[in-house]
Design a protein around this ligand. Structure first.
Ligand SMILES: [Zn+2]
Length: 315
């Protein structure tokens, strides 16, 4: 890999690494996971969303306790790696992480169960530094139904309270994992731009976790973001996924006018990866593959960093 083809910055909207660090008791600094601080530093400026993932099996007080445990792990990692990472709650924090050559760590939650059906928890989560909430995982929660629910419904009465409350506290609404009716309800209710942090194109790969063209265009028109996901079943229906499959999704979204909407949502440590992607250390090869296909550097800079950077520094 030659130096001139390395990404000029990396902004990844979704990984589950901090959850895995907590569950497997692995350090964030160096580890056997898809992502470590040591390997990610090759791409500075590097901004990384770290999701606390909530399994669908736990709800209520159990979900809150689980979140609190992973949050503590995130805080501990930030403390003992303060030479390499900086927790980012606002635009100034992101700017500071960039200036100081540190990973800008954005705390997110994957699963509305974290609210445990209590609207007052939105404020608490904002105070704890959570900047984005994926409203559901695959199943149902207090907010509404996820993409893998049979005959799904949209937002519940509580979900309809939660959306404006999240916006009030500046938390980004993430519709990755949302069912189609939930997406529609969010689009009707949200006043601010919203994102799909780690979802691909359903026109390219027919999977309920992927976005329809209409959904992508809605997110684009609202000034939101869509992060490309590397999980093979979202890339292709065939057993082996390749970087060409990732290109097909990118091409499709670009054809829909997505040059200012597209970003990355790797799903590192939340999903199996294609053979050609070992972890965050493979981002240079992905960049190089896109360069070989003919994408100009300014476009790649948008996808790898600038679109998400612009979005998060203007929150
Ligand atoms: Zn996910």
């Amino acid at each position: 890999m030659s130096c001139d083809t390395k990404p000029i910055g990396l902004f990844d909207l979704h990984c589950d690494t901090i959850t895995e660090c907590s569950l497997q008791n692995q350090p964030l600094r160096e580890n056997s996971l898809h992502l470590s601080l040591g390997r990610g530093r090759a791409y500075l400026p590097w901004m990384q969303c770290f999701a606390v993932w909530l399994p669908d099996e736990i709800r209520g007080a159990e979900a809150v306790g689980y979140f609190d445990r992973v949050l503590r792990r995130f805080q501990q990692e930030c403390q003992c790696n303060d030479d390499w990472m900086l927790p980012c709650r606002c635009a100034q924090d992101l700017q500071m992480a960039r200036q100081q050559g540190k990973c800008g760590a954005v705390l997110t939650v994957e699963g509305g169960a974290v609210l445990a059906g209590e609207i007052s928890r939105v404020k608490l989560l904002a105070e704890q530094g959570v900047r984005m909430l994926t409203l559901t995982w695959n199943g149902s929660c207090e907010i509404g139904d996820g993409a893998m629910v049979e005959h799904p419904k949209g937002l519940t009465a509580f979900g309809k309270l939660a959306v404006p409350e999240l916006e009030r506290y500046g938390m980004v609404i993430d519709v990755s994992h949302a069912s189609d009716p939930l997406f529609d309800d969010v689009a009707a209710l949200a006043a601010r731009p919203f994102v799909a942090s780690h979802s691909n194109s359903r026109a390219v790969c027919q999977h309920p976790r992927n976005l329809t063209d209409q959904q992508f265009v809605t997110i684009r028109d609202r000034g939101g973001l869509v992060g490309l996901n590397f999980y093979p079943p979202f890339l292709t229906a065939s057993p082996q996924a390749s970087l060409d499959d990732l290109l097909r999704h990118t091409e499709h979204f670009l054809a829909l006018g997505g040059q200012d909407t597209l970003a990355l949502g790797s799903d590192f440590d939340g999903a199996q990866m294609p053979q050609s992607i070992a972890g965050i250390q493979s981002m240079g090869q992905i960049w190089e593959h896109f360069v070989k296909f003919g994408y100009p550097h300014p476009l790649l800079e948008k996808i790898f960093f600038k679109n998400a950077w612009k979005f998060f520094v203007s929150l």
